[in-house]
Write a protein that binds this ligand. Structure first.
Ligand code: PPS
Length: 290
């Protein structure tokens, strides 16, 4: 049986983000010291969650070793029968400083975020071709998303149409890019994190007003490498979304440019044309290879 989908303000969601939850998210009480990690799915959210949680908790590796990242950093709009406490309920009861994950576009976020610039927002972007590939494998492996068994070509079509969980990448990205100059917003790119993670973490600490020793930054860099996070059951989680890692694990390849082994020349040309039409006027400096 396929999971149920619904449209909320024109955006497609699966049952784990029901309308009541999305309504409640808009009224979510934001605290001044909240940090929101906002991404389109598959942009490297889990990677940044682990890093930011460690920064905000002065490198508490002991706690990070005991508690899965989805319990430490709630997923705001997520609710299901098994793990419903990882979303709004957990966010509401959690002590500060909270690090909260969301994949929502601007118009569905807590209203208070844009009133008096409450809380901090970290926007993590990744080039859309690699996102599409990562999302395709996620759709295949996740029973919450129906264990998609179509071809990559079919998925690519769904992706550019925005007929995937959390809707159109184009709409999400446009909506957030327009907020990039707000005082409480900070932008990161997955590809920059791959190129020089240490530098990214140092700058992030500055934005978050959390000066850490170089030694601690080095430890976070090591702890959050793809290899470490892949071997770490607290970050390579399978139970959220019921992921079948034999089909494709949550930490799959973690590279820049895997789209080249999925897109045909023709698909790439069509994608570039759609990108130009949808995003041509926006000029976001995505890197498609390193
Ligand atoms: S989710 O479910 O939307 O929150 O998924 P998300 O965490 O955003 O994205 C998963 C992709 O991020 C990659 N990843 C990493 N890359 C490099 N280093 C580290 N440490 C890391 N952790 C996660 C993960 O492998 C997924 O990308 P793909 O391309 O599928 O490998």
């Amino acid at each position: 049986k396929l999971p149920e989908e619904h449209l909320y303000e024109g955006i497609l969601f699966f049952g784990f983000s029901p309308p009541e939850t999305l309504d409640a998210v808009k009224d979510f009480q934001v605290r001044d010291d909240d940090v929101f990690i906002v991404t389109y799915p598959k942009a490297g959210t889990t990677w940044l969650q682990e890093i930011v949680w460690l920064i905000m908790h002065d490198g508490d590796f002991l706690c990070a070793a005991k508690d899965p990242v989805y319990f430490r950093c709630p997923f705001l709009e997520f609710k299901d029968d098994v793990l419903h406490e990882v979303g709004l309920d957990l966010s509401n009861t959690m002590p500060s400083p909270r690090v909260i994950k969301s994949h929502l576009p601007v118009k569905l976020m807590p209203r208070q975020l844009f009133q008096n610039n409450k809380g901090k927002i970290l926007l993590l972007f990744r080039n859309p071709k690699d996102i599409c590939v990562s999302y395709y494998h996620f759709y295949r492996s996740s029973s919450s998303l129906g264990n998609f068994n179509g071809t990559f070509h079919e998925f690519l079509h769904m992706f550019v149409e925005g007929h995937v969980d959390h809707g159109s990448w184009f709409d999400f990205t446009r909506s957030w890019w327009s907020k990039r100059h707000e005082a409480n917003v900070y932008i990161l790119f997955y590809e920059d994190m791959k190129r020089d993670l240490k530098q990214c973490i140092i700058r992030l600490c500055e934005f978050l007003n959390k000066p850490l020793s170089e030694n601690l930054v080095d430890k976070i860099v090591e702890h959050s490498s793809f290899e470490s996070m892949n071997m770490n059951p607290m970050t390579n989680h399978l139970d959220v979304y019921s992921i079948n890692s034999k089909i494709s694990p949550q930490l799959r390849k973690g590279i820049v440019g895997d789209w080249k082994s999925h897109f045909t020349v023709g698909q790439n040309e069509i994608f570039d044309k759609i990108y130009e039409k949808e995003m041509g006027d926006v000029n976001i400096p995505f890197l498609y290879e390193l």
